[in-house]
Write a protein that binds this ligand. Structure first.
Ligand code: GLU
Length: 306
């Protein structure tokens, strides 16, 4: 696998299913400081693929919030909802390779059969792999029989490997309702945007093995990865809209930025509390040390409302 070259390019890729919450702020701070500390670019991509899950106005709210927090992004914001033709073009390449198949197994039917669960959820038993069903108006899956084991080195978690076929299974590339899968879109966008340093939440670490497999199939260069430990609520759940994370107030961005930096193990000297958001981020970029991201602090629960 060839690592990608060129200027360091990082990105923040929120899904606009709700407003910015503290967990996403932490990820944004980490990816921003990481890219900027290497004099790189930092892009923002709105992952609004799953149109039924998108909340009206959430993308704008997220952009306004990150602006209020002092982030300055490079290039235009990219919206996945405007890129369906691009995703279809790459999906067609996989279809040409003969590794995509139509699947009409319902989720209910799959759960009724004996099944294993892997890091990305239920492992599909491959029932439709060799049925040669037509590919219209049906779920499309990637045949991972030949994928083998994929390994990479995460800057925080070290060596990660997964046998794609047995531990993850045939992932969905396009749903029956025509929605392209996150795994497909994310590798295409990261490659086309020349993102070469991906900093994101640790919940995506296993998915990265799938992304690297897709990269190989498309001939895309590999990025480097830094998965950041998840910020959890007091019940030990990842902060998310589903777990009831509250929208961040932009009334006092300085306080929340300092809290995010603290959770990321970075130094936050007392004088920073008098700085403006842009100045806090500038300080954080200059002093950024990804080795300081401490597991214990990131794993400790936060009250995201205070
Ligand atoms: N859109 C995903 C999220 O909001 C992040 C995807 C990624 O960083 O690859 O959780």
């Amino acid at each position: 696998m060839q690592p990608s070259v060129g200027i360091t390019t990082g990105r923040f890729a929120p899904t606009p299913s709700g407003p910015l919450h503290f967990g996403s702020l932490v990820t944004a701070v980490a990816s921003y400081c990481h890219a900027k500390s290497m004099k790189g670019k930092w892009l923002v991509r709105i992952e609004d693929l799953d149109t039924p899950r998108v909340t009206t106005g959430a993308a704008d709210d997220i952009l306004l919030a990150i602006e209020a927090f002092g982030f300055e992004w490079d290039d235009d914001v990219l919206y996945q909802s405007q890129r369906f033709q691009i995703y279809q073009g790459y999906l067609d390449e996989l279809i040409q390779l003969g590794i995509v198949y139509g699947c009409n197994c319902s989720r209910k039917k799959l759960l009724e059969k004996p099944h294993h669960t892997g890091p990305l959820g239920t492992i599909y038993g491959g029932y439709c792999r060799h049925k040669h069903q037509q590919l219209n108006n049906i779920k499309l899956r990637l045949n991972t029989e030949q994928a083998g084991k994929i390994e990479f080195t995460d800057q925080y978690y070290g060596t990660i490997n997964r046998d794609i076929d047995s531990e993850i299974g045939d992932i969905i590339l396009k749903r029956q309702d025509g929605i392209y899968a996150y795994h497909l879109a994310v590798v295409i966008d990261d490659a086309l945007q020349q993102v070469n340093y991906i900093v994101r939440g640790a919940d995506l670490i296993d998915a990265t093995c799938v992304h690297l497999y897709l990269n190989r199939l498309f001939g895309f260069p590999d990025a480097q990865y830094l998965h950041v430990p998840l910020v959890k609520n007091k019940y030990g759940e990842k902060l998310s809209k589903q777990s009831g994370a509250t929208a961040l107030s932009v009334e006092n961005p300085e306080k929340l930025l300092l809290k995010a930096l603290h959770i990321l193990g970075q130094n936050t000297p007392a004088e920073l509390s008098t700085y403006k958001p842009v100045e806090i981020l500038q300080y954080a970029i200059t002093h950024w040390d990804s080795k300081k991201i401490l597991n214990h602090s990131a794993n400790s629960s936060v009250n995201d409302t205070d």
